[in-house]
Structures are given as C-alpha cells and as structure tokens.
Design a binder for this molecule. Structure first.
Ligand SMILES: [Zn+2]
Ligand SMILES: [Zn+2]
Length: 345
C-alpha cells in the first residue's frame, strides 16, 4: 500500500509499505478521504513533541471497514465510518467524564499512531473501545464525512459559547474552521455575523457561507471597525480562529461588556504572549478556549452532516490524490480556498 510519511521537518515522502496485519481486537480501515488540518501543517513546519519521525499524519478520516478482528463486535466489512481524532485511555478522570479530548494520555490519531495519509490504517483496541467511530450511510460522501472531525471541534466551541438567537458574533479568520463557524452560527440564529479576513477571496466565501458582512482587519483598526458596526457597544460574542495573539487582543477589544470570547486556534511556538487582561476584568468578559472534541461532539457533527443542516459541500475547495499530499499542504499554507481533502479511488 501507499503511505505518505513525515520523515523530517517539511519533508513528506510517498512510500510503499506492507498492508498492516490486525490482531483480534482491531479493524483494518481502507481510507477513502482525509482532510488536511491546520495542525498537520503546524507539525510539518514546526514539529510536535508528540510526533516521532517517521509518522503518517492525518486525523480527519473517513473510510470503509476492510477487515474485522475476531473479537470485535458491531462492525462488518463494508461499513462506512468516520473517525474522531482522539484515542482516550478510558480510565482517567476526563475519560470517565466523557471528555476524552482531555485524556491524560493525550493519544491522537496521526500523532502517536499512524493516521490517514495512507491507503489503509489500523483502528486499534483503544480506538474501538473509547474513540469515536461513526457509521454513516450511502447518502453521505466520504469527503463530507471527513469533515466530521473538524466540525466536531466547531460544535464543541459553540456549545461552550451558548450563542442565542439575535446575537452579534464576530468571527476572526474565515478559513475552513471560520467558515464552519459562520454557517453554523447562521443556523443557530445569530442576528449579525461579522467575518474578519484579510484575503478578499475568503471574504467573498465568508459572505457566501452566511456572514452578513465581511471586513478586512488590515483596512484600519479591527476593533474600531467592529465598534462602528455595533453602535459602539461591541459584539456579544467573538470567535478567534486565527493563530495570532494580536488577533486575540483585537477580540478582547471588540467584545461588548460581559461579552464571550472563544480562542479556537493554538499559537505556534512556546513564547509567552501578552494580552491586556484588564479588558477581561473591567469589561467582565468570559474567555473560553477549545481544543478537540468529545465523542458526543463527533456524533453530533456526523448528525449535522447526514442531515445537511448546513451546506457541507461548500467547505471543500480542493481535492488531491495521496501522491499529491504535499501539494495539498502547501495549498493549505497559502490559505487558498478553504479545506483541502485527499480523496482515494
Ligand atoms: Zn484537525
Ligand atoms: Zn483518559
């Protein structure tokens, strides 16, 4: 089988490997679609302490069950499934609480275990026991099913924010994740959605996805632009999908008093970043972070996709073969379009 290995920083190599043999407690999955995530790109450029070379990355996976271990129940060859990214241990406090994304072991597909940039991948015993494996029927395409992982993280964030109908929400950064927030917020009944995005093509896409207005944060002070659009009050909710402390600071400035703020994207590197925390104190802001998604979030995401509560086809703007995985990474890096997905015959 063909695999794409991360063999060093900024080095992806297409190689031949034996199809893995599974034990009695595992499943062999034939990968049908795998999305390129911003975090894959971050590892490709900057490494990650959890990722040893060589590694097959890729955690936004859908595929067909090819082989089922003797002791596995509930799956048959031919089942169409989509995966959550985390492999929870099942025994720590977070796992008991149903928060497998915070499991103390921190195992993630494509990090400590080989992932989806590969013709086949193994779903091991822990994944089957504690991970999220959602079956879906033939009405759902594999490429859309691969969006269930990133969209589960979006839903996790939206649940934390409890957006109410009529509220004004600013979304900083309208890439694939920002676009998913915008579409879902529209469905949630947000009254005014303001997208902030530098690239003009992505601003147009943001409006297509449901933003009421898309502004260029570089065309003047971003927070002031938002205050001007909200009668000087600021937004009820600010969502930051751009990995930048400057943008996080803009969100603190653009939120109304007692507003809620969500930081979605982690910052690259480890240096301490400064935020004006007096904004939080004197405006009584609530600031949330979001990282990954629970099994429940992933099941919910799959439901949104199978019900087509928003137009998921609009998020996938680039398709590549496995041979062209590196090109898909570079497209993601150039911020052209929204989501790049590797699709298999
Ligand atoms: Zn991802
Ligand atoms: Zn755990």
């Amino acid at each position: 089988m063909k695999v794409v290995l991360l063999t060093n920083v900024a080095t992806l190599e297409v190689r031949e490997r034996e199809v893995p043999r599974i034990d009695d407690h595992s499943i062999l999955l034939q990968v049908k679609a795998v999305g390129v995530c911003g975090s894959d790109l971050r590892i490709y450029r900057h490494r990650d302490p959890r990722v040893q070379f060589p590694r097959v990355m890729g955690h936004e996976i859908s595929g067909v069950v090819a082989e089922v271990g003797k002791c596995v129940e509930g799956f048959e060859p031919g089942d169409r499934v989509a995966l959550g990214a985390h492999i929870p241990c099942g025994t720590c406090w977070y796992c008991w609480e149903g928060q497998g994304q915070h499991c103390v072991k921190g195992w993630t597909i494509g990090y400590q275990f080989d992932g989806g940039f590969s013709e086949y991948t193994v779903l091991n015993r822990k994944t089957l026991q504690n991970g999220s494996i959602c079956k879906f029927n033939e009405d759902v395409s594999f490429e859309q099913a691969s969006l269930s992982e990133p969209f589960s993280c979006v839903l996790n964030g939206l649940k934390r924010l409890s957006v109410r109908p009529g509220e004004t929400v600013a979304v900083f950064g309208a890439g694939a994740i920002g676009a998913m927030f915008i579409s879902a917020l529209r469905r949630f009944g947000a009254g005014k959605i303001i997208a902030l995005q530098r690239s003009e093509s992505r601003r147009k896409l943001a409006v297509k996805m449901g933003a009421h207005i898309a502004i260029d944060p570089a065309a003047g002070n971003a927070a002031e632009q938002i205050l001007a659009l909200t009668d000087g009050y600021g937004c009820d909710v600010c969502i930051v999908t751009a990995p930048s402390v400057e943008v996080q600071q803009q969100a603190l400035m653009a939120a109304r008093k007692q507003g809620r703020i969500l930081f979605f994207a982690g910052l690259p590197g480890t240096s301490v970043k400064e935020l004006d925390t007096n904004q939080i104190v004197y405006k009584e802001l609530s600031v949330f972070g979001v990282h990954g998604a629970s099994r429940q979030d992933h099941q919910d995401a799959m439901k949104w996709i199978s019900q087509q509560w928003i137009d998921f086809s609009a998020f996938i703007t680039h398709r590549y073969t496995l041979d062209d995985t590196e090109e898909a990474f570079l497209t993601t890096e150039k911020k052209s379009g929204l989501k790049s997905v590797i699709v298999f015959e």
